[in-house]
Design a protein around this ligand. Sequence first.
Ligand code: AMP
Ligand code: DBH
Length: 533
Amino acid sequence: MSIEYTPWPAELAKKYRAKGYWQDKPLTSILSEQLDKNGQGIAVADGQRQITYTELNTYSDNLAGYFAEQGLTHGDTAIVQLPNSLEFYITYFALLKLGVAPVCALFNHQRTELQSYCEILQPKVMIVSSAHSLFGDEQFSHELYNRFSCLTKIITDHSKGNSELKQGYLHKHTFIARDLNPEDVAFFQLSGGSTGTPKLIPRTHNDYLYSVVASKEICELNGDTRYLCALPAPHNFPLSSPGALGVFIAGGTVILANDPSPTVCFPLIERFGITHSALVPPALQLWLQHASATNTDLSSLQVIQVGGAKLSRSVAEQVTPVLGCQLQQVFGMAEGLVNYTRYDDDQELILTTQGRPISDLDEIKIVDEHGSPVAPGESGRLMTRGPYTFRGYYKSPAHNASAFDADGFYSSGDIVKQLPSGHLVVEGRDKDQINRGGEKIAAEEVENHLLGHAQIQQVAIVSMPDEALGEKSCAFVVADQGVKLTTLILRKYLRQLGIADYKVPDKFKFVEQLPLTAVGKVNKKALRATFEQ
Ligand code: AMP
Ligand code: DBH
């Protein structure tokens, strides 16, 4: 059985195929196509260990065989939560080969996030790491088994020594490959979200492979590319823009870092001769500060990609002088559309825009609040559809009704303008989200958690400007009469619920009431304005 998703209309699908953008090949072809020509090339290294393309292929075959022995089969779903490690890619390809669609949680996700993914996806299996605080012992796994009867198995990897996962991939387990339908959902991406519950984005083999193949071409990766993956490996940016999958198509090497700090990354750059990496703006700022004070040799760097949140011109200007390499701005979304500045663009475009779409078949509409197109060059809401932009969140009909227009254009919630060259400039946002240095927080999700507190009457979370992260989050809280809540109490409350740390508001303000708009909704604009000098 195939996993349900909203398909592209037949006439568009025909167009995407006619242009050769949809190749009707599964994502697993990324690996199989390397075997003959480049089997002995190093696919992934993590500082201690490395594996060749042949090994990545054999290990993922073994693991697929092991998963099959455990009863996993085509059409099932899984949740993966692994740190940046060889095991992440081995597991990802093993599941793809079996036709089991995973959602790959970020490593900083906690109990609440994992439980919501379980609720939406009803996974049969989870593959997790004992390095995560939730899986250091059996307690949380027991809770999950009790709560989700769909779950038949939680496989834990141990970073050191032996583990069930390592047994699974290091030993021969027969795997009988079956044909994968390239129109099927290959896996789910995570949306940064703007609603109360996290949303899953079904990505098909055809659409995702196209976005990676085209990205690899634009970014000119080749067999000599040594790509430092310092952001969380499952994130759409370091996975697909062109990310690790783009590097695998090119036959290059992915080097994994645990985090994007210069102390971790600079020695890896020198040791491996890193040519490319992808960063969010706050990490770039740290690299820039650190680069002038280091004697580490960074001369192998060719391109630093920056995306996830808006990069200021003044920071952009420092990249080439300080790091001695090219800057590429990337404006993407797990839902699809990805924009790149091109290497041969005018310097001004590279410094001040977030790039132009990958594809000539990416359709962009910029509209006003009534949905009518704005005049060329004016700013408005970004709407898009195309060969790798999804057509609906998984099992979310009500939300889909407002996230798409009648023609299937997805409303990204970004306020942008488009230059005559096609380049987009991100000017702001019209979604209830905080972008904390590239980490997205759906205000409503955290508000709902706080509203669960017995002594909170009302709450509104908005962004406040921050020098280092661009934005931080502030919660305005109305407590019950006569009750005195404190920041400490509420931080502790949220941590006990088990939400990712980056979602815990940076600041709490206790107020008597919240300002309202004319129609009686909380006036978040007025709340944000309290931070303007
Ligand atoms: P997500 O839906 O979590 O994948 O996040 C995608 C969102 O991140 C976009 O809709 C933008 O709001 C934001 N974003 C990504 N890249 C950039 C960028 N280069 N500049 C500004 N915002 C960005
Ligand atoms: O922020 C993002 O989600 C993002 C940024 C750059 C993304 O999904 C991408 C490139 O593919």
